[in-house]
Design a protein around this ligand. Structure first.
Ligand SMILES: [Zn+2]
Ligand SMILES: [Zn+2]
Length: 135
């Protein structure tokens, strides 16, 4: 044994003990994720089979709803968000009074008040919250 042996002392590089609890928790999380995803895929397939005429552009949602915080930066008025809705721009969709889900011209439009069709759909009951399942 040479004098350099102490440099090779690997007690400095203490191997990490595998944390069984952490691994189990991670596995459970991954399993939950996978199950949730499988459930989503199933719901999506069922939805698409049920609504073959749904608008491809907006996935049956009729547009895109989003939230935004109207407070100016640095000013916290209240924990509130405004919801805005961009109607789908597809030519045969909500802007023509067609239902984005069943594709039938069943939505009412009110000239001068709103250009896009208003739910609920007289045919399938669609009303702004019945789009394709989202992941
Ligand atoms: Zn659309
Ligand atoms: Zn409809």
């Amino acid at each position: 044994m040479s004098a350099d042996a102490s440099i090779m002392d690997d007690s400095y590089y203490e191997p990490l003990e595998p944390d069984e609890e952490l691994i189990a928790a991670y596995d459970a999380e991954m399993k939950g994720e996978r199950e949730a995803y499988e459930k989503y895929q199933k719901a999506l397939a069922e939805w698409q089979a049920k609504w073959p005429n749904a608008c491809k552009k907006c996935s049956g949602w009729g547009g895109h709803a989003y939230k935004y915080d109207p407070s100016p930066a640095g000013v916290s008025l209240s924990a509130g968000y405004m919801t805005d809705f961009d109607p789908c721009e597809a030519p045969d969709c909500i802007s023509e009074g067609n239902c984005p889900r069943c594709g039938k011209p069943t939505l009412s439009t009110i000239p001068g008040v709103c250009e896009e069709g208003q739910g609920p759909c007289k045919e399938c009951g669609w009303n702004y919250n019945d789009g394709e399942p989202q992941w």
